[in-house]
Design a protein around this ligand. Structure first.
Ligand code: ZN
Length: 339
């Protein structure tokens, strides 16, 4: 097994990235029956190739496939796992609708759901390490109607077994860095304790670096549990959107941090100096060897040109701090599967 060495402060993305205009048009034509399945699949492949290249040209060390094939992070899995049913869109906030799935029967693993995505990403990326993202069991359960299991905890437990099988399938095909996305994790404070156990169960026995992304959250509810996440090596968390006001809470942080330095809810493009300043500030609380750099969250809600410029400036900011680290004798860090 090759042990990879990464430049210090390795840069990555959280997952989603805006779809090219032409891909959105092709998907629409496909749904109208105007183009074939093969044609839309070719468009998805071309979009992933383009988006991965765009991230690499921006200088990102660990790209992802931009979730170009996924319309939505829960729906994508609920459509594949057996036992879900869709009643139609429900209003979630304002005029935004979400096609909320319902659990109506015992859930069953349908076989690999993201392996093809991973293999294609691996094929088109020039980087030694790429990131695969997968929605976590708690968020899938929280954003679904439960009409079958006696309790929400039972449902999450079943989903954790299913996602665990998926993680095994990814590792069997060579995946080395998998990020579990759990934006809902702290939305019900009284459930966090058992949710942590079930996230560990999800990642149990997986021979890959497992990251956990939690966003739009009250981190005061998450941080007391960091050491309990025995199977998680990296936490990818948002800080830019909070104005880097709570960095002091990182004191004693025992895992790798995927440090969010780009606000994904604001079109303003951060300057490299701003990014560098934020990283220097974080390094007061956490060793540079434990730091990866990424945006706060997926960039899919930004216009594509803004997303690209945000990544470019993120990398420029990182390069400024890397030069300073070289003077301290730090040039690279090993890619560690477990921390
Ligand atoms: Zn997020």
């Amino acid at each position: 097994m090759v042990d990879y060495v990464l430049p210090s402060l390795p840069t990555s993305v959280i997952g989603s990235y805006p779809r090219p205009t032409w891909l959105r048009r092709m998907i629409k034509y496909y749904r109208m029956g105007r183009i074939t399945e093969d044609a839309v699949q070719e468009a998805y492949d071309d979009a992933v190739t383009t988006i991965v290249r765009e991230q690499e040209l921006a200088g990102v060390d660990i790209p992802a496939d931009g979730e170009q094939r996924r319309d939505e992070m829960v729906e994508y899995f609920a459509h594949q796992i057996k036992g879900f049913k869709f009643y139609g869109p429900v209003r979630v906030w304002g005029n935004n609708y979400f096609n909320k799935p319902a659990v109506v029967a015992k859930l069953e693993y349908p076989g690999p759901m993201t392996v093809e995505e991973y293999l294609f990403l691996r094929q088109v990326s020039t980087r030694p390490i790429v990131k695969v993202t997968i929605t976590g069991p708690y968020t899938i359960a929280d954003w679904s109607f439960n009409e079958y299991y006696p309790s929400k905890e039972d449902l999450v437990k079943e989903l954790s077994n299913i996602i665990n099988q998926e993680l095994h399938a990814l590792v069997d095909h060579g995946a080395q860095f998998i990020q579990i996305d759990e934006p809902a994790l702290t939305t019900h404070p009284d459930e966090v304790e058992w949710a942590v156990d079930l996230i560990n169960r999800t990642a149990k026995g997986i021979d890959a670096k497992i990251g956990l992304h939690v966003c739009y959250s009250n981190y005061d509810l998450l941080f007391p549990y960091i050491d309990e996440f025995s199977e998680i090596s990296q936490f990818a968390l948002e800080f830019a959107n909070r104005g880097f006001s709570d960095l002091h809470k990182l004191k004693g942080f025992s895992k790798e941090l995927g440090f969010g330095v780009i606000d994904v809810h604001n079109r303003r493009v951060e300057s490299p100096e701003e990014v560098a300043r934020a990283i220097r500030k974080a390094m007061k609380y956490i060793e540079p060897e434990m730091l990866y750099i990424n945006p706060d969250c997926g960039l899919k809600l930004q216009p594509r040109s803004v997303a690209r410029r945000k990544l470019e400036n993120m990398v420029r900011g990182v390069l400024m701090v890397r030069e300073e680290l070289v003077k301290r004798g730090i040039r690279s860090i090993p890619f560690r599967k477990r921390v």
